[in-house]
Design a protein around this ligand. Structure first.
Ligand SMILES: Nc1ncnc2c1ncn2[C@@H]1O[C@H](COP(=O)(O)OP(=O)(O)OP(=O)(O)O)[C@@H](O)[C@H]1O
Ligand SMILES: [Mg+2]
Length: 337
């Protein structure tokens, strides 16, 4: 019997310290995560220096916890995978240094993973049947893009945001509305109680391009909040949340379907933290059904940052024989496409 591949992955690109152990790229033996959200919440966003220090405090403990949960030892591991970008440089460095130290001391191969590729591969964690070509709508805290995936690891960019990322727009609007951080899940919940048609908010179509822009929408919300406050008018936060979310989602969904139809792609993938948005999942699912397109999205827990998705992406690199050397460094603006 051939020995199972067991891969340990570390993710520290932003404000979640995460370690996962996967067998053969899919079977999750351990998936541990410590979120720093409670710490950063008081500042209204992630403070990079605090994030790095927190990763440093947590990472070794989490590696031990993952090994224990998976009931494996270092001797059972086939390789160590790690996110080396994009993200906060200090935060990434903690994961990269830890992974290098472990791999070097245990004489294990090291595999570098792009964080955004990890988000895409969250889909493969539960859907090994995904067929190529696939169109991936990446909607995260720092990225918004439409990408054609022609084979494992082969990406071609169709369009991307010219300003704010979708998740960033959710977070900024939520902060302006006094809802808290992170804004995505709060707006998602509040929008369910509101009327999306109450307030006329703009949609940025940018002609027929596959690019996105959310800063005009964000400004429209800020202007509305300022005007209401100057006039002393009460605002209906649920209607505003619903209107803002509808405006973001309509553009995301229509551009994704337009790209799939124009390129004759029958498989669509959702990836990134905003893929956890309940209305986006539901509306895109219905729209794809009507167009005879198969839609995949990761389970909720794997949409936002986690190490299982890094292990899954790492598995495909490992299988192709790709290895990082001891010069692997944190690359804050690492590109995928
Ligand atoms: N239910 C939701 N609806 C909308 N947005 C959501 C929801 N849940 C999480 N988000 C958004 O997802 C983002 C966090 O996850 P994500 O992994 O995408 O961020 P990141 O790691 O900071 O960015 P990147 O992956 O681009 O580096 C935040 O912007 C958050 O508001
Ligand atoms: Mg992320």
């Amino acid at each position: 019997m051939t020995k199972k591949e067991i891969l340990l992955a570390i993710e520290t690109s932003c404000d979640e310290t995460a370690v996962a152990i996967l067998s053969d790229g899919r079977d999750i033996l351990a998936n541990v995560i410590v979120s720093q959200i409670q710490i950063h919440r008081q500042f209204g966003g992630v403070v990079p220096e605090i994030a790095s220090r927190q990763h440093l405090e947590q990472v070794n403990r989490l590696v031990d916890a993952a090994l224990k949960e998976a009931e494996v030892s270092f001797d059972d591991l086939s390789a160590i995978a790690v996110t080396y970008g994009p993200g906060l440089v200090g935060a990434l460095l903690v994961g990269v240094s830890t992974a290098k130290a472990l791999a070097y001391s245990r004489e294990l191969p090291l595999v570098g993973v792009n964080h955004i590729e990890g988000h895409i591969y969250a889909n493969w964690l539960v859907h090994p049947e995904i067929e190529f070509p696939a169109l991936c709508l990446i909607v995260s805290g720092g990225h918004t893009a439409l990408v054609e995936v022609t084979a494992h690891g082969k990406y071609s960019l169709l369009g991307q945001t010219l300003d704010d990322a979708a998740g960033e727009a959710f977070d900024k609007v939520a902060r302006a509305m006094g809802l808290g951080y992170p804004g995505g899940p709060l707006i998602d919940a509040l929008a369910r109680e509101g009327n999306p048609q109450k307030l006329p908010l703009p949609r940025s179509w940018l002609g027929n391009s596959y690019d996105f822009s959310f800063s005009g929408l964000k400004t429209a919300v800020l202007n509305y909040l300022n005007k209401s406050s100057m006039k002393g008018e009460e605002i209906n936060k649920a209607d505003l949340a619903a209107g803002f979310q509808a405006s973001v989602l309509e553009v995301l969904i229509e551009k994704t379907v337009m790209a799939a139809k124009n390129k004759n792609i029958k498989t669509v993938l959702l990836a990134g933290g905003v893929a956890a948005n309940s209305a986006l999942r539901e509306q895109l699912r219905k729209r794809c059904e009507r167009e005879n397109i198969t839609l995949y999205y990761p389970p909720m827990e794997f949409c936002t940052d986690n190490a299982a998705m890094i292990a899954c992406a790492g598995h495909y690199h490992y299988c192709k024989g790709e290895r990082a050397d001891w010069y692997l460094n944190a690359v804050p603006n690492l590109r995928l496409f």
